[in-house]
Design a protein around this ligand. Sequence first.
Ligand code: 0A1
Ligand code: ZN
Length: 887
Amino acid sequence: MLQLREASGPAAVIHRGDYTAPAYWIDTVDLSFDLDPAKTRVLNKMTLRRNPDVEAGPLRLDGEELNLARVLVNGQGTSFKMENNQLVLENLPEGHEPFALEIFTTCAPVKNTKLMGLYVSNESFFTQCEAEGFRRITYFLDRPDVMAMYTVTLRADKAKYPVLLSNGNLVEHGTLEDGRHFAKWVDPHKKPSYLFALVAGQLVAREQRITSRAGKEHLLQVYVRPGDLDKTEHAMNSLMASVAWDEARFGLPLDLERFMIVATSDFNMGAMENKGLNIFNTKYVLANQATATDVDYSNIESVVGHEYFHNWTGNRITCRDWFQLSLKEGLTVFRDQEFSQDLCAEPSARAVKRIEDVRVLRTAQFPEDAGPMAHPVRPDSYIEINNFYTVTIYEKGAEVVRMMQTLTSRVGFAKGMTLYFERFDGQAVTCDDFAQSIADANPDSALAKLLPQFKRWYSQAGTPRLAARGEYDAAAQTYTLHFTQSCAPTPGQVAKEPFVIPVSLGLVGATSHTDTQLFVMTEAAQSLTFNNVTEEPVPSILRGFSAPVVLDFDYTDAQLLTLLANDPDPFNRWEAGQRLALRSAINCIAAGAYSTGATPLNDAYIDAMRAVLRHPTLDAAFKELVLTLPSETYIAEQLDVVDPQRIHAVREAMRLQLATALQADWEWAFDAHQYNGAYEPDPVSSGRRALAGLALTFLNLAAVQSGDTVWPGKTLQRFKDAGNMTDRFNALAALVGSGHALAAQALARFHALFKDEALVLDKWFALQAGTSDRGGQVLPAVRQLMAHPDFNLRNPNRARSVIFSYCSANPGGFHRADAAGYVFWADRVMELDGINPQVAARLARALDRWKKLAEPYRSAAREALVRVAAKVDLSNDVREVVDRALA
Ligand code: 0A1
Ligand code: ZN
């Protein structure tokens, strides 16, 4: 067997403009695996043909960390060479006839700590091929525009690996000599290599047979480890709801006889949409009321939906190249968000979901768009594609699709989807192809008229700012809104052209309000006049967050209080409360007046919050959102220079003020919303639990302040008695978050109760690493957690639960004046990079916004980045992130 040395050099930048079609097509792939953790043998028999549209050239197959044993062309040995991780074949048959290529390689799944390609987790085999993992299994044209028909034969020890799965249909299985067995799978659909999957191990399945609208029978399966079957009901329900929804809303049926989901506890991301064989992080499958919170239930519903919806948007029509990633991701996030909204019985619950989605966009994507990693929804270049599975591609991409729906109507957008599938089913296409389909199906729509300009959302990075000013003419009874738009430079893009911004808006008066209308902004400056306006109104702009922009409007406090009380649009009602809180925070931060006992919030705000909390008809879930202050990260984004300690102190002062000023109201809220009946994860009951949980948080904060022991005692009791994880964890978090002495025993008890539940232990770790810092205690605690016997750096979920919870989700604990947080960060990035570069690169992004930091943080952060960048053997993943940060 010959071992090939891998050439390495400076990482290449890949440009979108350099796309060329492949020189060869692969029509069929017949793979045989002899599965063995230390040495798995892979026989890959393909039929290929030259692409007649491309000038003849050598065949270059991608391969990584493979041992090559044999290459045969039409059954004969052939010459080949290795160049930059590619197997290059020059002496191939002339002409355009198909030829056979057979490649035999081995790989070592047990050594695969990157979790890309074929790897071992808990003694089972799993694969992850998106984006470029298939080349770690065999030599291939590992690019999404090469779509082939797959046949897969798996052979393994029967006792150790009783279940053998791959894409498509099981056509044959049986026993072999020496206690081995085999299974043969045929996928009836052609697919790109990134959708290939195999699973082998000791697994059990929950099964469900369903009949589609068209009368077809399907088998749905959720595979987990033997002890976890009692945690699969919700995932299965979510899958059935997904199948029904895609048929009902978009006319897209399940195109497979069998659809499988398999859960693994070692996974870099959330889940993967491999054709017919989705592989999931256990976090997004396993749930029962004792181990999972309401948030977990809702995430499972979204992720199961997301991966299922990819079956059409991603798998039936895929991406021509990885620059088009948002073609499938933005569209599929949009679809999963719509799915979750459509499952809400009440309109108010839809609004709650929308607010939650916007909160993610604004706290994660807006900073990305303003930082060193900013990139367009369709990027122009990358070094490591794994770095571009971003909130911009996913969440901003979803907003771009939502704006298309806004500009064509719900019915019009569905027509556009139908046209998209008529045109491109079975193909690998571009974002342009998608946008053109939606526009062509709606020729009279604003989208069709503005398409070239609309597509700037794909090509220009950065978050646009929409500034508005109102002008009331009492004599003429007119109200005019003057709008301007702008967008700051981003790396590589200095000047920006105006965007198409759909602005949903209305006017709110003391006693009446107008209907919502849509104003489509296209110029740098534009005005809109309303007639017959008899009193000066308050404009409610960007209702439902109709475009992913920052809205600047110089509202008075009184105007915001009006919107908070009267806006018929729930999103803007919530937004008014956030603006008021943000203003108080920023004023207090600017004044430097944040010493202990500071009261940043004014009485009007407190009274308004009391009115919302006590409101007779508003939903508990909505109240919880309104009464939650903007996060430290969101506050930081509004400032030019960021002192994370000051932000933390001010926000903590605000929380304490809300806790004490509304103490009686929180007591009422807790008593009125706690509920000990049967557990249901629906929006109404989970909203109640969320509000009761927030009340407990505030009651414990107030108690620690006043020395009262009643509420901490009650909270501990609630923690012990809780009938579900949501209530139990909220009680625990309230004790830990307040810094009360009872927290220690609750934490110990929680660990003892759940020591065998990995996902619950993740929560236990994350809570401690993410807790509010009081005098620098969090970093030493984090170091201790890393020394805990249950800690394991190789398991991404566990690494995230401690290290990311501290570095990325705990600004008050992480940004220390003594730089120890950054030293810790740099050490972990380098340590993780040797194990799993994808996870390391995500952690590397915790310092993206270092240039905004005040001293001494800024210099210390830079020093930490420089130290990482100086490491010679960094992965491309981490190198790209730190180089961009330092540029
Ligand atoms: N396509 C998946 C996301 C995903 C991407 C890369 C992965 O491995 C490196 C895994 C999953 C999705 O959107 O769900
Ligand atoms: Zn996806």
